[in-house]
Design a protein around this ligand. Structure first.
Ligand code: 5GP
Ligand code: ZN
Length: 131
């Protein structure tokens, strides 16, 4: 999507990625809140969890071998996000020590960038938990 900073980063137009595949990208947060603070995003412009569409066309979960990323449903992107989270944890060396995943959705959660993203925060004991 034009004018979306995370679309531009995910597409490689600006910044640098620490992990990517056809569906997702990961890059370090501009304003890190811990020694490891990486954002994992879909390459499709989805605003947040509320914007995820699970009423996808028949067959778009498994559209076939020659399918392009845009042929897949949002569920495929979510699956790739969670696979990428595990990859990023491995790359950052925090798979064993642990990490916290946060996705702010909407106004009351304080979402500031309207492109779905998952914060992976790690690298030290993370202190008080909200939940
Ligand atoms: P939110 O508040 O929407 O959950 O999180 C947005 C996050 O994106 C913030 O942690 C902020 O520091 C980060 N951020 C905003 N703009 C940029 C940018 O241009 N590059 C990177 N790498 N991170 C950004
Ligand atoms: Zn976007």
């Amino acid at each position: 999507m034009e004018d979306c900073i995370f679309c531009k980063i995910a597409n490689g137009e600006i910044g640098s990625l620490i992990y990517e595949n056809d569906f997702v990208a990961a890059f370090d947060d501009l304003n890190p809140q811990a020694p490891v603070h990486t954002l994992i995003v879909p390459k499709r412009h989805i605003q947040n969890i509320e914007d995820l569409n699970f009423e996808h066309p028949e067959g778009s979960c498994h559209p076939g071998e020659d399918a392009k990323p845009e042929d897949y449903c949002d569920g495929k992107y979510l699956k790739e996000i969670f696979k990428a989270i595990k990859e990023v944890a491995k790359i950052k060396g925090v798979s064993e020590s642990g990490y916290r995943i946060i996705s702010n959705c909407g106004k009351d959660a304080g979402q500031t960038v309207m492109h779905l993203h998952f914060h992976l925060i790690a690298g030290k004991p993370l202190g008080d938990k909200i939940v």
